[in-house]
Ligand binder design. Sequence first.
Ligand code: PEP
Length: 251
Amino acid sequence: MRKKIIAGNWKMNKTVEEAVELANAIKISLADCSEVDVVLCPPFTAIKAVSDVVSETLINVGSQNMSSEDAGAYTGEISATMLKELFVRYVILGHSERRQYYKENDFWINKKVVKALAKNLRPILCVGEMLADREAGNTEKVVEVQVREGLKDVPASAYTDLVIAYEPVWAIGTGKTATSAQAQEVHAFIRGIVADMVGKDAANAVRIQYGGSMKPDNAKELLSQPDIDGGLIGGAALDAASFIGIVKAGL
Ligand code: PEP
């Protein structure tokens, strides 16, 4: 049985004060939540404050990006070691907004995935097709390339620490959710690719989250699908009651 994982991607939202308020509100309900892995991914500036809030709870902290390099002349970048200093455990990599607006490609995303694992951070690798890809019948083709390239050189033994987030880009922040059947189909397809790459055991172990307008009222249906092991939540993660509602749907 794979343990479900619900991660909140706060994106470029929340000042330190607001982040502490949100983390405290989530902590009241989820401090001892052991049945689901709960991860909060604030902006870099609020990571330390959120880590302090959840330090004696089962709630994890994640970051929204990470450098592929260890240290040096990389202006504006943040290394794995710097994140670990702030008790970060998970790192979102290859989010569609980074692919789209900052031209991150599979080559660099793969370097980050490999680096994160080497530093004992757990990558959440985001993959997903654009609307035009889906309409042209290219969903599987696009997702397969992102999975194979993003996970290049990752050994089978690392898949227990790795999370893949399937996020159809047309469903992110749009209010349009993939139906549970549409999502399940792609999740099963991704698990099949992993099996082909590194074997059945790793494929059975890897957790695959769905992301794209997940809300408390559609979470149960999505999370009850056999290959959907959690959610990566954007908009609804900014509101404590909504985020808590989604986590509870995963219990
Ligand atoms: C996301 O950006 O990862 C996401 C899933 O956003 P939303 O929940 O707002 O669609």
